[in-house]
Design a protein around this ligand. Structure first.
Ligand SMILES: [Zn+2]
Length: 126
């Protein structure tokens, strides 16, 4: 399951960051997940629960925010959202076909590939 390795690296990074604080508890961790990452919410939640067991993050909530795809066109300069034309085999091959909505040119994805920690809701020991 792809989600487990992604969640593991996120959790590792978060725990590393939290080691700077004198923690009472962690309420939640909010992550930004791009539409192109192909990560399922349910699988992420499930993986999070398992990966955080026995850590400072155990029992905290994983909040997932979705980041829509944004592209930049090399030919006409278009910058913005794009509707995803998916390959008929998308489910199995998982590579959506993206092209510029203005000129159908080749585009570069500027948003939607990321999976990053946005913020953490923690309580420090007084
Ligand atoms: Zn274009």
């Amino acid at each position: 399951m792809h989600e487990v390795s992604v969640v593991t690296s996120i959790v590792d990074a978060v725990i590393d960051e939290l080691s700077k604080y004198n923690l009472e508890k962690v309420n939640s961790v909010t992550i930004m997940v791009g539409a192109l990452t192909n990560l399922g919410d349910e699988q992420m939640q499930f993986a999070y629960e398992i990966v955080t067991r026995g850590t400072v993050l155990e029992g905290s909530e994983l909040v997932i925010e979705h980041v829509p795809v944004e592209v930049r066109c090399e030919s006409c300069g278009y910058w913005g959202p794009v509707s995803m034309l998916t390959d008929p085999d998308y489910e199995t091959h998982s590579v959506p076909i993206l092209s510029c909505p203005e000129c159908k040119g080749d585009i570069k994805v500027v948003k939607g590939m990321e999976c990053t920690v946005k913020c953490m809701d923690i309580e420090e020991v007084e």
